[in-house]
Ligand binder design. Structure first.
Ligand SMILES: *[C@@H]1O[C@H](CO)[C@@H](O)[C@H](O)[C@H]1NC(C)=O
Ligand SMILES: *[C@@H]1O[C@H](CO)[C@@H](O)[C@H](O)[C@H]1NC(C)=O
Ligand SMILES: *[C@@H]1O[C@H](CO)[C@@H](O)[C@H](O)[C@H]1NC(C)=O
Ligand SMILES: *[C@@H]1O[C@H](CO)[C@@H](O)[C@H](O)[C@H]1NC(C)=O
Ligand SMILES: *[C@@H]1O[C@H](CO)[C@@H](O)[C@H](O)[C@H]1NC(C)=O
Ligand SMILES: *[C@@H]1O[C@H](CO)[C@@H](O)[C@H](O)[C@H]1NC(C)=O
Ligand SMILES: *[C@@H]1O[C@H](CO)[C@@H](O)[C@H](O)[C@H]1NC(C)=O
Ligand SMILES: *[C@@H]1O[C@H](CO)[C@@H](O)[C@H](O)[C@H]1NC(C)=O
Ligand SMILES: *[C@@H]1O[C@H](CO)[C@@H](O)[C@H](O)[C@H]1NC(C)=O
Length: 620
């Protein structure tokens, strides 16, 4: 049975290439069996309906199981398999592109970026397949993961195209069309997946108790504890007193594809290196002696010919990365345009008490799920940008003066489709300016954000905003089109400080959903109960187990106050429940905020899972 399926599949794949040409043409003359028509109607809503219809027709022609028992899962799998097949062709093309003069880069790193991103896309596709396989209907939790992976894959596409934009060479047209073709299937798969997403908030509860109180997580916490062994910590010291003198050497030494955490302690010192953590170096934990002591600096920039992606001083593609007490800087200077200090395109990444310092495009939250707690982030324009699902908590976000520019802007979130699940969520942060910007804030306008792409999503919640922010708050995208602005979503909720008034905010049609004061009051009231009960949302307070021993974010046990005494406390699902019941009373305008808040909570959940030292849910 299995082998005959494989055989069918091989037939199918060979048919795909043959069918390409006509497949793109013949969509208008489709006939479906009745049982395929529900899939057909889903096809209609995908970004590339023709491609979807054609693969549907093809699948029927080749008579894989879809015909026998049409279901959305098999069709989804099928779409993903085509994407994987095409993706392999694309990877081969990219290898060719790296040879001789097939592609001539204008920005250093273009092809390398594409190659690495393509590898990540491949693994995203494969992981999505393994999540979906044999699981119908797909569980919401797995669905969320798969949506994350495919969103990341689409972000990879865009980043690769950005580099190729200025490239030349004979292979370029073939390469571009292969990228287009491959990612049509990825887009469609994501769209089908996202159509399966439950819009009923109650379903979120089906995900069950937060993992941090689940047995599994307790077991994991114990493992983490027993795993911690100071003699196994790799020490980097610029002065030669450690195992390595550069961080790069330590990363190279770290085991490949490890599911155990690798501790790398970076002693105080200045490390002038571009550190790359490739996707096969997983679960690295980098900790320093503090942001005034352990510094990683670099100076690559777009101005000096690098791609934005490759300009990063610290570049993280390995999942499960953690960092604490480190200063990361790109010191290319204000005149060199984009110059990234930290780029993260890896899943389940958390940074704690780090400084991320630069000018333009300082922090590239490229893709996947990320969490930043009590970090300082400093820059001029679009200095938090990218397409991750990212939460900032308790961070200090500092805008800097740029002499050559009439404006500064904090975020440039670049979500590209309604199906992705990405966005920037800034909670309990302070939004401030360096002195020279503050004193020039009449002349130089500063904004909370502007769109990187059409479906840009950014929310500021419960943060303190000083008055250097222009009353309009948000800046239009470079295309200045109101059309795109209908698909954006920017929100502000319960912020404080002289720059937080939403009275003068932009009001382009469909562009912003701002809560009127009365709405805010109602929402505040609605949130009041859970807020009081837990001092904010599920606010983990991270405490060092022992300030003297090496900081061990990941090395010790998670702890829930109240757990020991057997007291009950509001859990994650309590929150969801409360919000859920409130949601029915609220109108459309603030539903999105709730989603954000809930998403924020879910993301905290993974931060906790990652092993932040102690997590205390304060209950009063
Ligand atoms: C596809 O359609 C275009 C225009 O409709 C036509 O010129 C072309 O010949 C068609 N190709 C095939 C393979 O049918
Ligand atoms: C569709 O599938 C159902 C059960 O899977 C079957 O009873 C029905 O006859 C099928 N309809 C057609 C038109 O094939
Ligand atoms: C399609 O699959 C069914 C069930 O496996 C089989 O009975 C039928 O002959 C197949 N049709 C074709 C055209 O291969
Ligand atoms: C190549 O890069 C230079 C600067 O690095 C830029 O001036 C030029 O326009 C670029 N060429 C293309 C084709 O984009
Ligand atoms: C690193 O240095 C420590 C202390 O000198 C030592 O115990 C440990 O074995 C070294 N690790 C490696 C991998 O060399
Ligand atoms: C890890 O993989 C890289 C790339 O394949 C290889 O060069 C390196 O030697 C491997 N390192 C270890 C520690 O296995
Ligand atoms: C890491 O694991 C992946 C998937 O299992 C494999 O494809 C890759 O070759 C491994 N990389 C290294 C350097 O071992
Ligand atoms: C960039 O940093 C390197 C060391 O990392 C240094 O050799 C080089 O001179 C610096 N370039 C500039 C323009 O500052
Ligand atoms: C908010 O952030 C600050 C750090 O800026 C932190 O001290 C405080 O505990 C946070 N508040 C909550 C409720 O998490």
């Amino acid at each position: 049975m299995a082998s005959s399926n494989i055989l069918k599949f091989c037939l199918l794949l060979s048919a795909i290439s043959l069918s390409r040409t006509w497949a793109l043409n013949s969509s208008s003359h489709m006939k479906y069996s009745q049982n395929s028509s529900s899939i057909g109607s889903i096809c209609k809503t995908t970004p590339y309906p023709d491609v979807c219809f054609d693969s549907l027709k093809l699948s029927i022609m080749i008579n894989i199981s879809i015909e026998i028992s049409p279901n959305i899962n098999t069709f989804l799998l099928y779409t993903l398999q085509i994407a994987i097949f095409e993706s392999e062709q694309l990877s081969n093309l990219l290898l060719d592109a790296g040879n001789s003069d097939n592609i001539i880069e204008n920005q250093t790193g273009t092809i390398q970026d594409c190659q690495e991103l393509q590898q990540i896309t491949m693994s995203c596709l494969q992981r999505s397949v393994s999540l979906i396989q044999d699981d119908a209907p797909i569980k919401q939790r797995k669905l969320a993961d798969a949506i994350t992976y495919l969103s990341a894959a689409l972000t990879n596409k865009n980043t690769c195209l950005e580099g190729l934009d200025s490239a030349t060479g004979p292979l370029l047209p073939t390469l571009l069309s292969s990228i287009d073709y491959t990612y049509m299937y990825v887009s469609n798969a994501l769209s089908i997946l996202s159509s399966q997403k439950s819009h009923n908030k109650r379903r979120l509860m089906d995900m069950g108790a937060p993992t941090w109180i689940s047995k599994k997580s307790k077991r994991r916490a114990r493992t983490l504890k027993s795993e911690y062994d100071p003699s196994r910590v790799l020490t980097v010291a610029a002065d030669g007193t450690g195992n390595f003198t550069t961080i790069t050497d330590a990363i190279n030494f770290a085991p490949n594809n490890s599911s155990d955490r690798t501790h790398i302690y970076v002693k105080q010192g200045i490390y002038e290196e571009n550190v790359e953590i490739p996707s096969y170096k997983q679960n690295i934990f980098l900790h320093g002696d503090g942001t005034d002591a352990t510094k990683i600096t670099g100076n690559r920039s777009v101005g000096d010919g690098w791609t934005t992606f490759r300009s990063a001083t610290l570049a993280v593609s390995g999942n499960g990365f953690l960092a604490q007490d480190i200063y990361i800087e790109n010191n290319a200077g204000a005149k060199k345009h984009q110059a990234v200090a930290l780029r993260v395109n890896a899943d389940f990444v958390a940074l704690y008490r780090c400084s991320i310092i630069g000018y333009e495009n300082t922090l590239y939250v490229h893709s996947f799920r990320q969490f930043y707690r009590e970090c300082d982030i400093r820059g001029t324009i679009d200095f938090i940008f990218g397409n991750a699902a990212v939460v900032f908590q308790g961070c200090k976000i500092i805008s800097r003066f740029l002499t050559s520019s009439q404006f500064t802007v904090i975020t440039a979130q670049s979500r590209d489709s309604p199906d992705e699940d990405t966005g920037i969520s800034i909670q309990n942060c302070s939004i401030v300016a360096e002195e020279d910007l503050q004193s020039n804030s009449i002349r130089v306008k500063s904004y909370l954000g502007r769109p990187g792409r059409e479906y840009s999503r950014t929310v500021y919640l419960e943060s303190y905003i000083t008055n250097f922010i222009d009353p309009t708050g948000w800046m239009q995208g470079p295309n200045n089109d109101d059309e795109g602005s209908k698909t954006l979503y920017y929100g502000e909720y319960d912020n404080d400080g002289p720059g937080s008034s939403t009275d003068g905010r932009v009001s382009w049609p469909g562009f912003m959903i701002f809560l009127s004061t009365s709405c805010q009051k109602r929402l505040q009231k609605a949130f009041a109960k859970p807020l009081e009960r837990s001092e904010g949302h599920l606010n983990p307070q991270m405490m060092m187990k022992d300030n003297k021993s090496p900081p061990n974010l990941a090395g010790s046990v998670m702890y829930l106050q109240g757990d020991n005494e057997g007291r009950s406390y509001p859990t994650y699902s309590d929150h969801v429940q409360v919000i859920d019941s409130i949601s029915q009373q609220l109108n459309q305008a603030y539903k999105s905020i709730e989603v954000e808040a809930m998403t924020a909570m879910r993301r905290l959940e993974f931060a906790v899972e990652l092993g932040f030292d102690r997590v205390v849910l304060r209950v009063t």
